[in-house]
Ligand binder design. Structure first.
Ligand code: NI
Length: 188
C-alpha cells in the first residue's frame, strides 16, 4: 500500500471524465488499497481515483461516524461537547457507480473536498438516491441511500465527470473560494 499525492485545484486533470473499469484484477485491488490509505491519511471521508491521478470510475468512501453501539464517552475536564465515542470504520468501494431515482427532495450539506483544501460551502443535492455499482470482483450491487452517504456518493460521482463541489456555487462564491485558497497557500 502507498499514500498517493492528492491533486488539487486548479490541476487540469481534475476536469477529466473518468473511464469505466473493465478489468477486475490485482492492479485494481492495489489502487483501491492506495486510495483508502490516502483518504484515511488526509484525512477525508471520500476519494475518487482521479484525485490521485487515475481517470477510472472508482470511489472509496468511509463516513467514519461515531460508533452508535459504543458507550458515550464523557468529555471530562475539557467539556468541548464533541462526541468522543470511537469512530466506526465502514470502508465502502464503488466501481462504475450509477445513480438511479434521485429524489425531488433536496438536502443541503456543508461540503469540503481533499482537492479543494480548507474550503467549505453549502451544496444542495437530491436527498435520497438509489445507487448501483460494482465491487472489486465485478459483482453488481444496488442500495437506497440517504443522509450524508447520499450526499457523499453524489459529490464523489461528480469527480468522475470532472466536476468539483465549488462548480455548484455561483461564479461569485466560487471565485471567492478560490481566492481564499490562494491566500491560504501563500500564507503556508
Ligand atoms: Ni471531493
Amino acid at each position: 500500500m502507498a499514500i498517493r499525492e492528492i491533486l488539487e485545484v486548479p490541476d487540469p486533470r481534475l476536469k477529466q471524465v473518468s473511464r469505466p473499469v473493465e478489468t477486475f484484477d490485482d492492479a485494481l485491488k492495489t489502487l483501491v488499497e492506495d486510495m483508502f490509505e490516502t483518504m484515511y491519511d488526509a484525512p477525508g471521508i471520500g476519494l475518487a481515483a482521479i484525485q490521485v491521478g487515475e481517470p477510472l470510475r472508482i470511489l472509496v468512501i468511509d463516513l467514519q461516524e461515531p460508533d452508535e453501539d459504543a458507550p458515550a464517552e464523557d468529555c471530562g475536564d475539557h467539556g468541548c461537547g464533541h462526541d468522543h465515542r470511537p469512530v466506526k470504520k465502514d470502508p465502502r468501494i464503488f466501481i462504475n457507480p450509477e445513480i438511479l431515482d434521485p429524489s425531488e427532495d433536496l438536502s443541503v450539506y456543508q461540503e469540503g473536498c481533499l482537492s479543494v483544501p480548507e474550503i467549505y460551502a453549502d451544496v444542495e443535492r437530491p436527498a435520497t438516491i438509489r445507487a448501483r455499482w460494482q465491487d472489486l470482483d465485478g459483482n453488481t450491487h444496488e442500495e437506497d441511500m440517504d443522509g450524508l452517504m447520499a450526499t457523499c456518493l453524489q459529490h464523489e460521482m461528480d469527480h468522475l465527470e470532472g466536476i468539483l463541489f465549488i462548480d455548484h456555487l455561483s461564479r461569485l462564491k466560487r471565485n471567492m473560494a478560490l481566492k481564499k485558497l490562494e491566500k491560504l497557500r501563500k500564507a503556508a
